[in-house]
Write a protein that binds this ligand. Structure first.
Ligand code: 21W
Length: 227
């Protein structure tokens, strides 16, 4: 069981998590997602959550008092606070596995041009990015983190999928085929129809290696380093 508290101005964006495998994990109570709309913690009558940057410049900055009040409304225990930010360390599978061992993550999503630095300095434990490209906010990165971390929580994935994944150990996957046996004149690799499990295992390993060398020479080079 892992709990995600999400601090956001756009809680509706997280509706899509209710579908698919993550939706099942929520139903089975393997994970819990609590969405906190920071706008509810605005002090003023117009529910203002952002303001112009001191020193001038384009865009708006999220007010520190609003973010802090929202943060203070959360039951803390041993929670780790993660700020989704383009300046963070890029998320990878090793970090995903690490985070899946935590019991409580607080995910802070920025929007507009960012969040006042003073509240970040006060509450953020770790800064995470999902890659070097510019998005409009931290919500999609937070969903990426929730999706990837939830897969590692006990009871979310089937035993089979976890075992298959551990075998692939840093390589790309072998190609997969299903019925019909002939599609647009194309057949399925003979070995997969043979029922010869050792031969199938060997073929898949060879294909994985061949595909990794060709498509991701960077992964092949760092094979034993894993992520
Ligand atoms: C984009 C926030 C640009 C801030 C002067 C000082 C979270 C993200 C985000 C966003 C800026 C992630 C400025 C990959 C991403 C995110 C929105 C820059 C302007 N001017 N991972 N600062 N890519 N993006 N602020 O964009 O919040 S994780």
């Amino acid at each position: 069981m892992i709990k995600f508290d999400v601090l956001t101005l756009f809680p509706e964006m997280f509706d899509s998590l209710k579908t698919s495998i993550i939706g099942k994990a929520l139903e089975k109570e393997k994970i819990h997602i609590n969405l906190i709309n920071m706008r509810d913690f605005s002090q003023d009558k117009h529910k203002k959550v952002d303001d112009t940057p001191y020193g001038g410049g384009a865009g708006m900055v999220m007010k520190p008092d609003v973010v802090y009040k929202a943060y203070q409304s959360i039951q803390k225990d041993q929670a780790k606070v993660i700020y989704l930010s383009p300046q963070g360390k890029t998320l990878n599978q090793k970090k995903v596995e690490e985070l899946s061992q935590e019991s409580h993550l607080i995910l802070l999503c920025g929007h507009y041009e960012g969040i006042d630095q003073r509240v970040l300095d006060k509450i953020v434990g770790e800064e995470i990015s999902i890659g070097d490209y510019i998005l409009t906010g931290g919500e999609i990165p937070a969903m990426v983190l929730i999706d990837s971390v939830s897969r590692y929580v006990d009871g979310v994935l089937s035993k089979d999928s976890i075992q298959e994944e551990s075998f692939s150990s840093g390589l790309l996957e072998y190609p997969q085929y299903t019925r019909p046996e002939i599609f647009e004149g194309e057949t399925v690799p003979e070995v997969l129809l043979s029922g010869h499990h050792e031969k199938i295992k060997k073929w898949r390993k060879e294909k994985s290696e061949e595909i990794t060398k060709k498509k991701r020479p960077d992964l092949w080079k760092n094979k034993e380093t894993k992520c």
